[in-house]
Design a protein around this ligand. Structure first.
Ligand code: OAD
Ligand code: ZN
Length: 246
């Protein structure tokens, strides 16, 4: 495996690393990405499902769609990419800043995770804001009602037109700015404000490395773009690190 020297030096000297991840890191776990030829947004219009008005108009339909995605996520396993990131915690101070809602970084063992777009396992009442984890709710395909006030319960994910959770965003942005290396893995990097994070990292002097199966909007800003599957490249990086960090 060929490693660019400059990148290898960064790996040797670096202490803080950040992984900014998107749907592509979970593709090898069998979870569809949003864009691209097999993307979910080719089959479903986001404006019909992933927004608050759609939920109010047809809560059962939106709930059912998320229930379908919960089933996919629960039956999926973290892949070699997620696992390599978790194992890198033995050698670096690692932060994961993810746009994914699928919990696979946590299940792989990563401990410091900023979830920019929420988490499909968490839900809340739109009236009184009581939180419910998915297993506490009946797994029917109709929208559940709050035990306290009877309000509709929605998934705690960010929909179109909604703000990102501020603590997660600012925590993720700081981690990126303080990092020595920022890896951008499996994201088209077109959805803002999330996509600002790797740009902030680069502006603050972090070494920006992209891992993707194809070039993206970000490729022209990166210090190093590496084209291939995340589940194959990340374990190779881990192997290389073990050679000099052990
Ligand atoms: P996208 O579907 O836009 O992009 C997925 C990226 O992963 C593409 O650039 C693919 O080339 C790449 N990819 C696919 N398979 C890969 C693999 N095995 N290894 C490496 N890369 C691979 O997904 P995101 O960038 O995550 O937001 O999308 C960002 C946001 O758009 C999502 O969080 C979601 C969506 O609207 C919300 O729901 C708020
Ligand atoms: Zn309630």
């Amino acid at each position: 495996m060929y490693f660019k020297k400059e990148f290898l030096d960064k790996l040797k000297d670096g202490k803080k690393i950040v992984f900014f991840t998107g749907a592509g890191i979970s593709a090898e776990s069998g979870i569809s990405t949003f864009r691209g030829k097999d993307g979910i947004w080719n089959k479903m219009k986001p404006e019909e499902l992933a927004n608050f008005d759609a939920f109010i108009r047809n809560p059962d339909l939106v709930w059912e769609w998320y229930q379908h995605r919960r089933n996919i996520v629960n039956n999926a396993l973290p892949n070699a990419g997620h696992t390599a990131i978790a194992e890198l915690e033995k050698f670096y101070e690692v932060s994961v800043v993810t746009q994914n809602i699928d919990n696979l970084h946590r299940r792989a063992g990563s401990t410091k995770i900023f979830e920019l777009h929420g988490n499909i396992e968490r839900n809340f009442c739109i009236e009184c804001h009581t939180f419910y984890n998915s297993p506490e709710l009946e797994t029917t395909n109709t929208v559940p009602k709050c035990k306290k006030c009877g309000g509709l319960i929605r998934p705690d994910v960010v929909w179109f037109g909604e703000m990102l959770p501020q603590d997660e965003f600012s925590g993720g942005e700081k981690a990126a700015e303080w990092s020595d290396i920022c890896f951008v893995v499996g994201t088209s990097a077109v959805v803002y404000p999330a996509a600002h994070i790797p740009i902030s990292a680069k502006r603050a002097g972090s070494y920006l490395v992209e891992i993707n199966i194809e070039p993206t909007e970000l490729s022209r800003y990166t210090d190093y773009s590496w084209f291939g599957k995340a589940g194959e490249i990340l374990p190779k990086i881990l192997e290389e690190v073990k050679k000099f960090k052990n």
